[in-house]
Design a protein around this ligand. Structure first.
Ligand code: MOS
Length: 767
């Protein structure tokens, strides 16, 4: 039998993670593991006041501490004292005479011979701040009396106007209304933020660190140091989790470290402790939303009107882009003729939230799915049937009036969860449990979501990615992409694509750490876009190289190109049976001076978008998911346990099925944390829960015994082999499904997440 098959033999197969071994045996180098000669250690000085005017910074006592190399303030920034990717509203270091806008505002950077000395000196710096009343809630901010920024606390408003909602309500048999609140969530990556900036042999600076977006970091450091992009090189170190929390934040961390490196002329290391990390870095946005939905008595959605307010904290950071996703996803995965959505971004004197897996969508998906559950209950329509009746199909139009023409697996995901959960039987089982238990009640929750893949209409100018593939004379392959591995499995899927296209064994392929010196700006590693964008770029480069190898093979063997097969480390003439190993063929190619390196570049198809009406092609394609969750609520303590879960995801094509299962397991658990446990607490704008002893995330004990994952493959014609994204949709259905399950268990609507025991007890006691 032929060992070489001209078909997809790596894609879709079960493969070991390419980066598993060094991460298990401790050889992987994270930012904190790197040391440089003459390196200084940095520590940040925070404002520690919610709102006020910075009057004075007294650094004398800090400078007296032996081992302190310097204390750097706004005066020591050679370039722009400005951070932020979208709106220029955030200083790098707060200047004297300017406003402090939240507890975690950074005022100074201390550099010292050791970390301990830097920390001790930072505590000796005294700040004189003339306090102003702080704006701590969305309601207070909307009054617009005390301003976080001039001229208004509500600078951003995004909208959708599809059809005519008033008409839709007139033609509805029932109208449902609800108000919801979704709280903050901390990304809780295991590895805190960390960057090293070092003066380099190219008369510029090299930045090493944990990050999602090397090109953002490069831009930010260049701006703050008043230098050019070709004097700032960024190399990503192994990254121990990110979840959106390392999208924009590392640009800020790197900028502080860069100020220290510039002023000391020495390598500067800034590794956050957990408290600094939680006090100063982004979270999921709290969102208050109001829903009004009109339906026919059969359950057909006729109109949906939504108002949502997002707490942007003290600075806009990524909020305008996050809000775009909130806007597009607010009406859920449904075909509705009349839709009106208004999303407002509101400044407060608190931590600025930003990117977090789902990017502004889980908060509103929880709300819209709670409304769907309410409709299903009140109209006595099976919750899966109600969703099947209204979901998107080929030929449907989304809330932004985007006509879907392919890759719509929504119906299949709903049908599949019904099947894998043994739906009818499951309902009876839960009923039987409830009939025999007094203190504990079980409930079943259903949710259904969609997810716009990649940056979409609001970010299409950033939606391109490069990949450089080089074959070495020994037959090994170097792949360099601009997308980062943060634990999600990017390196493995990219290595699989290169192996598939080149026919070389995956073990011979090295996907390197991103380095801005090798790959042009490939956009951010966000928005579940890496498999599609870096993947397509790698596929383009590798298939080009394969064509060249086939030419060499044909020259050597006299084979016809159409008969050549590749795979498993060799090339074969299927007619004559002649084969040459990948290594031998490459050696021949090198002797002929063949070009065995190639750059792939993949850019997005342009999207039609009317920002005024919020109408058009919001994203290149959509992933879909459906979920069923069974919970058990202890009516005495208010505690909830997730007992069973069934989840189905349309991923287009499962390139690395094991990787998808890993993503969905992780996403489920993180979504469960948001639904039940993770409750960020504040006092006067200061976060009280700034470590994992008080900010509670799920552990292995909370994972349900039964978590069944189903994969649907509805190919996306422009995805590599048909693939779409899974990183974020893995989390998105879970908060909604759990909240609905609790509502059914206790007979009261969950309108706030996390649904903590305190909140659940309060609902139970209300009548
Ligand atoms: Mo992601 S939440 O788009 O970094």
């Amino acid at each position: 039998m032929n060992t070489v098959e001209n078909k997809k033999n790596v894609i879709g197969s079960k493969i070991k993670r390419v980066d598993a071994i060094p991460k298990v045996n401790g050889k992987a180098k994270f930012a904190a593991d790197l040391y440089f000669d003459r390196m200084v250690y940095c520590y940040l000085v925070l404002a520690r006041k919610g709102h006020g005017i910075l009057k004075d910074i007294d650094v004398e006592k800090a400078l007296d501490v032996p081992g302190v190399v310097g204390v750097y303030t706004y005066k020591d920034i050679p370039g722009e004292n400005q951070l932020g990717e979208v709106v220029k509203d955030m200083p790098c270091l707060v200047s004297v005479g300017e406003k402090v806008r939240y507890y975690g505002d950074v005022v100074a950077v201390v550099a010292a011979e050791t970390y301990e000395i830097a920390k001790e000196a930072a505590e000796k710096i005294s700040l004189e701040i003339e306090e102003l009343p702080a704006v701590l809630t969305i309601e207070k901010a909307l009054e617009d009396k005390i301003r976080v920024h001039e001229p208004t606390n509500v600078p951003i408003h995004k909208k959708i106007r599809k059809g005519n909602v008033e008409d839709g309500f007139k033609h509805s048999d029932e109208i449902f209304e609800g108000e919801f609140y979704a709280h903050y969530q901390e990304q809780a990556y295991l590895e805190p933020q960390g960057i090293i900036v070092t003066p380099d042999i190219d008369y510029g600076f090299t930045v090493y660190g944990t990050m999602q977006c090397p090109y953002y970091v490069q831009n930010s450091v260049a701006r703050v140091l008043a230098t050019s992009l070709n004097r700032v090189r960024v190399i990503q170190t192994e990254t121990g989790g990110a979840f959106g929390g390392k999208e924009d934040v590392p640009s800020y961390v790197a900028s502080y470290a860069a100020v220290a490196a510039y002023n000391t002329g020495r390598p500067a290391k800034l590794i956050y402790d957990r408290e600094t990390d939680i006090q100063t870095t982004s979270k999921r946005h709290p969102i208050k939303s109001h829903y009004r939905i009109g339906v026919s008595k059969e359950g057909k959605l006729r109109a949906m009107e939504i108002k949502a307010y997002m707490d942007m904290g003290a600075y806009a950071t990524l909020s305008p882009i996050v809000m775009f996703r909130t806007l597009v996803h607010a009406a859920g995965s449904y075909d509705i003729p009349n839709v009106k959505v208004d999303v407002y971004g509101v400044y407060t004197n608190k931590i600025p939230p930003g990117a977090f897996r789902g990017f502004g969508s889980p908060q509103v998906l929880f709300a819209v799915e709670a409304m769907m559950d309410e409709i299903s209950e009140k109209l006595s329509i099976d919750p899966i049937k109600l969703r099947l009746m209204n979901t998107l199909r080929e030929g449907s139009r989304t809330a932004t009036d985007h006509l879907l023409t392919e890759s719509v697996g929504a119906v299949k995901t709903l049908e599949n969860i019904r099947e894998i959960s043994n739906w009818e039987h499951l309902k009876k089982e839960v009923e039987a449990f409830n009939n025999t238990h007094q203190d504990k009640k079980r409930g079943i929750g259903v949710s259904h979501i969609f997810y716009g893949v990649s940056l979409g209409a609001a970010g299409q100018h950033l939606d391109a990615s490069g990949s450089h593939v080089q074959i070495n004379v020994d037959g090994t392959v170097d792949v360099r992409i601009g997308g980062t591995e943060m634990g999600q499995g990017a390196k493995t899927v990219i290595a699989m694509i290169a192996a598939e296209e080149l026919g070389q064994h995956i073990e011979k392929i090295n996907v390197h750490q991103p380095d801005t010196a090798f790959v042009p700006d490939s956009g951010p590693t966000v928005a579940s876009r890496t498999t599609v964008y870096s993947g397509n770029a790698t596929r383009l480069a590798a298939s080009e190289l394969r064509q060249r190898l086939i030419d060499v093979f044909c020259n050597l063997t006299g084979a016809l190109a159409e008969n050549v097969q590749w795979g498993n480390g060799k090339f074969l003439d299927s007619l004559s049976g002649q084969e040459i190993s990948f290594e031998n063929l490459v050696e021949h190619a090198f002797r002929k001076n063949a070009k065995l390196n190639e750059t792939g570049w993949y850019k997005t198809a342009s999207l039609e978008w009317d920002a005024e009406k919020g109408i058009g092609e919001a994203y290149v394609t959509y992933s879909f998911a459906s979920q069923i969750v069974v919970v058990e609520v202890n009516l005495n303590t208010g505690q909830t346990k997730v007992v069973k879960a069934y989840t189905s995801h349309d991923v287009g094509k499962a390139l690395n099925p094991e990787g998808i299962i890993g993503q969905v397991q992780g996403g489920f658990v993180q979504g469960m944390g948001y639904a039940l446990f993770e409750d960020l607490k504040f006092k006067n704008g200061q976060i009280l829960t700034d470590n994992f002893n008080t900010y509670i995330i799920p552990t292995i004990h909370e994972i349900p015994e039964e978590l069944i994952i189903d994969i649907v493959e509805e190919p996306f014609s422009r995805g590599p082999y048909g693939a779409k994204g899974i990183g974020e949709p893995s989390l998105m259905p879970t908060p909604a499904a759990i909240a609905n399950a609790i509502s059914r268990a206790i007979g009261k609507r969950i309108k706030r997440i996390p649904a903590t025991p305190e909140y659940i007890l309060k609902l139970i006691k209300e009548d």
